[in-house]
Design a protein around this ligand. Sequence first.
Ligand SMILES: [Zn+2]
Ligand SMILES: [Zn+2]
Length: 144
Amino acid sequence: MKQDPINILREHDLKHTKQRVRVLEEIALDPFAISQPELEKKLGKEIDRVTLYRILNIYEDKGILHRIMDLNGTANYAICSSACTEHHHHDEHVHFNCTSCSKIYCLEVNVPRIKMPGGFTASSVTSTAYGICEKCNVKSVVQN
Ligand SMILES: [Zn+2]
Ligand SMILES: [Zn+2]
């Protein structure tokens, strides 16, 4: 799962600036997605908001990151697995939004194919499951 930011940038023909590397490092750190406010808080001293926003946009365009909206409508970002970059998001995966810790996980589960009614062409289909994540489930077992 751990990917080297410099390699990711090189693979996508992007120059590696210190700021770009920092953003990737921060997002690659955790197995779950990171929210935009959280990124701003962590990187605020090094990268101003506008620059951060620009970097996130480039990464999203290039298929390095994908954006997931959570229950509150906040943007969260997760690194795309190399498999998903190759397929340019044709294989969308299911997300899991924990209602206890509010973290968003990328699950290695494909979004089921949905048959669209005539006249509708879907370019992407997203699917988010809500509930209790692995970590929070373990916590509640320990407490009881
Ligand atoms: Zn949780
Ligand atoms: Zn994901």
